[in-house]
Design a protein around this ligand. Structure first.
Ligand code: ADP
Length: 441
């Protein structure tokens, strides 16, 4: 038993002994019990009152009641709890101010929004790039302060994580990448990063490639012309003939690369547009394209099966759609063996998008290469690719065309089994042969 309880028991024992002694000496047992009980209870009530006052004041350690026995024990417990609460509070507020300092120092603008999309907290950078003033704008709706359609779209989006690009409200020449992330019960974290430098570098790279490709074309045409002339010269000695022929083929390949790079630059420059294009009679175009393919000697050795929805038309730029079909079909031919079957399907999918599928029975593509196929100059299986004529830019062109139309390219492939390339156009581009536009889904 600890000393506080011993003191308390001694106190009760003394009261008891004194009650008995007084009772024995005086013979008034009832008075003795009543008086001693009243004294003990009264003393405890006074202690209780002192404690209640002390606790009401917040139980400051400096004015802890001078107590003994069980009351001393209670004081100690309260004091200890109080101290550990204080320490915890200190630790938590240190942590909070540390995270606050970290968030404030972030190079990205960071804004915390409540369920009503009102600003709860914003860091310093949000002032510099979003034009927010944390002191003035807290409690106001972000959409009322940054009035931009891109911002409205972002705030309205139901996606758990959504990203958009937007011109800075502070400086329209700067581009921001905004991300909205929902967290907790009903909180939203919005971050904005200045990506102007990245955009400028991208522009520079695109301009450089476009200019270099353009500038190289003229001298290459001249070289190609001379090589073609020499190549067809029958008087050329055979030892030189092989070299000239090889040089001529390489010049043609270089010309193809420059051509594809220029197409890519133009596609990148155009970017996405919802309106661009005219109605293209895809069934007719596909049939002509395949007939042209079958006329050529190598392509003729593969059987091409057609499965076309005759009523399905799409709003695109004809030359771009042709280039897309040609790239997918020529790849299917290039990368599948003689005598194999290539299936071309043009149909409407359940979500009302129009999809072109090119399915081959070729050697397929390893899983680890699938995600890189649309990168510029990427060629899976380099040794095999060297033997096959190509620039490594075809699928990159296809991907850009699809992105510019708001569509997508899906690639499924299995080694030794074959590949399926699916290019889907969104429903708002789809038209039926009777020129009725499909309802947007
Ligand atoms: P390339 O001019 O080399 O054909 P692409 O961009 O069209 O360039 O294709 C990139 C790479 O993807 C090709 O080098 C090839 O390795 C692979 N590829 C494309 N289509 C197919 C296919 N149908 N079957 C197997 N591999 C393919």
């Amino acid at each position: 038993m600890n000393t506080a309880w011993s003191v308390e028991f001694s106190r009760i024992l003394i009261t008891l002994i004194s009650t008995i002694l007084f009772g024995l000496v005086s013979g008034y047992w009832a008075i003795s019990v009543t008086v001693h009980s009243a004294l003990y209870i009264g003393w405890n009530v006074i202690q209780l009152r002192t404690f209640e006052r002390w606790i009401r004041k917040g139980a400051p350690a400096s004015s802890a009641p001078d107590a003994s026995g069980i009351w001393e024990l209670i004081v100690q417990h309260i004091y200890r709890t109080q101290k550990s609460n204080k320490d915890r509070k200190k630790h938590l507020s240190k942590l909070a101010s540390h995270y606050h300092a970290v968030m404030s120092a972030l190079p990205d603008a960071t804004v915390v929004l409540n369920s009503e999309l009102e600003i709860e907290w914003a860091n310093k950078t949000s002032q510099a790039i979003l034009g927010l003033d944390p002191a003035r704008d807290v409690g106001h709706k972000l959409g009322n302060i940054v009035r931009d359609t891109a911002m409205f779209e972002l705030l309205d989006s139901n996606k758990i994580k959504h990203e958009i690009e937007m011109a800075s409200p502070v400086d329209s020449l700067r581009t921001l990448a905004l991300t909205k992330i929902e967290y907790g019960e009903d909180k939203t974290l919005l971050t904005a990063r200045d990506i102007s430098q990245r955009i400028a570098l991208q522009k520079l790279r695109k301009a450089f490639i476009a200019n270099a490709s353009h500038e190289l074309r003229t001298p290459l045409t001249v070289i190609s012309g001379y090589l073609e002339m020499l190549d067809s010269d029958e008087d050329l000695p055979p030892s030189l003939g092989r070299i000239v022929n090889n040089a001529h083929l390489q010049a043609i390949r270089m010309d193809q690369i420059l051509n594809d790079l220029l197409i890519l630059s133009k596609l990148e420059e155009r970017g996405y547009s919802k309106e661009r294009g005219d109605t293209v009679d895809v069934p007719v175009m596909l049939k002509n394209l395949i007939a042209d393919f079958q006329k050529t000697k190598i392509e003729g050795t593969r059987e091409i099966e057609l499965n076309i929805d005759e009523n399905l038309l799409v709003k695109v730029v004809e030359t771009e759609f042709y280039s897309l079909c040609q790239n997918l079909l020529s790849n299917a031919v290039k990368y599948s063996p003689e005598g194999s079957v290539i299936k071309v399907c043009w149909s409407i999918s359940p979500d009302k998008s129009a999809c072109l599928k090119v399915i081959d029975q070729g050697e397929g593509i390893a899983r680890e290469h699938l995600s890189r196929l649309t990168e510029r100059f990427f060629r899976a299986n380099v040794n095999r690719a060297r033997k096959v004529n190509g620039t490594g830019l075809g699928l990159s062109i296809v991907k850009h065309i699809m992105e510019n139309y708001g569509g997508y390219l899906d690639i499924q492939s299995e080694l030794t089994v074959g590949s399926t390339f699916t290019a889907c156009f969104p429903s708002y581009r789809v038209q039926l042969n009777d020129h009725k536009e499909l309802v947007n889904s």
